[in-house]
Design a protein around this ligand. Structure first.
Ligand SMILES: NC(=O)c1ccc[n+]([C@@H]2O[C@H](COP(=O)([O-])OP(=O)(O)OC[C@H]3O[C@@H](n4cnc5c(N)ncnc54)[C@H](O)[C@@H]3O)[C@@H](O)[C@H]2O)c1
Length: 259
């Protein structure tokens, strides 16, 4: 490998990246990161105004961005989002699935409506996006898929994560399953598993000092993560720097999973 190639390991110029949950805390950070390294990014979520606001910030930083409204729980919606991406940008090289929700309740009180909503969004929604984008990547001869898991996939927690933790456990296995199935198509499938990040999703637990302490006490680094802490792992797993890495769950967690 030549020095120039090594220097360009993280370069994403000419790549097209689809980021679900692109108006949320982690999706926005990932989109800004991938766009900064040269990718054209498609950001998707349901609400158009939130997407437009996120898109404006990326454009302001010099990135190319296409906001597309899409509900990841609806197969037809996902299909239409992928078709629009192909119509406007011609290909899909990277998929990062940051659309997700949490519903917290003591296990003995958790309603099935909440259970279904979490599973539909986090598990089915992730799979539908991987399946649609995966078909495109198979026809292109390769690609990078990055799912978003959580430390809750492997660690129980006192504050009521039966549905959410189970959904993220499924994401870990889905990641490994797709990695094995699609290795022959040169599609890398990896996951980023965050601890608690400061985003709209976690505002309710972090704004309450008592529940915040329950989270922070478990993190050796001693703080909640900021959305920017997500960028490096997203760029790495989207780039040629990770070409021989697949089926891995990368814990971006200040040591949470190690303790
Ligand atoms: N913030 C954290 O501490 C943390 C920790 C571990 C894992 N995660 C995971 O990271 C991902 C992103 O979380 P975040 O903190 O950015 O949350 P967020 O609430 O800031 O953003 C979530 C995004 O998902 C979108 N979304 C939700 N349901 C959708 C649907 N049905 N269709 C399309 N889009 C939908 C929202 O509009 C939003 O853009 C989630 O999967 C979450 O479980 C977050």
């Amino acid at each position: 490998m030549q020095v120039e190639e090594i220097k360009n390991l993280f370069d994403l110029s000419g790549r097209v990246a689809v980021i679900t949950g692109g108006s949320g805390g982690l999706g926005r950070a990932a989109a800004a990161g991938l766009a900064t390294y040269g990718a054209s990014v498609v950001i998707t979520a349901r609400r158009v105004e939130a997407l437009e606001e996120a898109a404006a910030a990326i454009r302001h930083g010099g990135g190319e961005v296409l906001p597309v409204s899409c509900d990841v729980t609806d197969g037809k919606n996902v299909e239409a989002m992928v078709e629009r991406t192909l119509r406007e940008l011609g290909r899909i090289d990277i998929l990062l699935t940051a659309a997700g929700i949490a519903r917290r309740a003591p296990a003995e009180e958790l309603g099935m409506e909440d259970w279904d909503l979490v599973m539909d969004t986090n598990v089915k929604g992730t799979f539908l996006c991987c399946q649609e984008a995966g078909r495109v990547m198979i026809s292109q001869g390769g690609g990078k898929i990055i799912t978003v898991s959580s430390v809750r996939a492997i660690l129980g927690h006192p504050l009521g994560y039966a549905a959410y933790g189970t959904s993220k456990g499924a994401i870990n296995l889905l990641t490994r399953q797709l990695a094995v199935e699609w290795a022959k198509h040169k599609i890398n499938v990896n996951s980023i598993a965050p601890c608690i990040f400061r985003t709209p999703l976690t505002e309710p637990v972090l704004s309450d000092p008592e529940s915040a302490k329950v989270f922070l006490d478990r993190i050796p680094w001693g703080r909640a993560a900021e959305p920017e802490d997500f960028i490096g792992s997203a760029v790495f797993l989207a780039s040629a720097a990770s070409d021989f890495i697949t089926g891995q769950i990368l814990y971006v967690d200040g040591g949470n999973a190690a303790s």
